[in-house]
Design a protein around this ligand. Structure first.
Ligand code: ZN
Length: 134
């Protein structure tokens, strides 16, 4: 995955666009883009080219790890402890299943900042402005 991110056709494109490119990873859908960027703690405007070795490794691990978790859990990409917290707060499934996606206006599980919704590449993207400030 790290090698793919470093390929000439990918490494100078913003992650917000790149993560939806089926040429990078086939089958990676819109909600996974937000979830992967949150766990990698990166904003959508950065490019693989801009990342440190450590950040690139974390991003590669998150692309594989979050996608695999989604496949194994029928779409739950949130952490177990955060799911419990969100359920206790009365969030419906469409919100507790995600760390940031569909959670605009709610608090970030990690830091308590308010999750924001933006349009990136004409698709909805959700992020924590504090955790993903890079
Ligand atoms: Zn946060």
């Amino acid at each position: 995955m790290q090698q793919r991110l470093n390929l000439k056709q990918f490494h100078k494109r913003s992650l917000g666009a790149l993560l939806l490119d089926q040429g990078l990873v086939a089958g990676l859908g819109n909600y996974l883009r937000s979830e992967i960027l949150f766990y990698a703690q990166l904003p959508p405007n950065v490019r693989p080219f801009d990342l440190s070795r450590e950040q690139l490794k974390t991003l590669a691990d998150c692309i594989i790890g979050v996608t695999r978790q989604a496949y194994q859990t029928a779409g739950v990409t949130n952490r177990e402890a955060w799911v419990a917290q969100a359920k206790a707060a009365g969030e419906p499934r469409r919100q507790w299943r995600f760390a940031v996606f569909e959670r605009a206006g709610l608090e970030c599980h990690r830091c308590g900042s308010v999750i924001e919704r933006k349009m990136v590449g004409s698709r909805r993207l959700y992020l924590c402005p504090n955790c993903q400030s890079a």
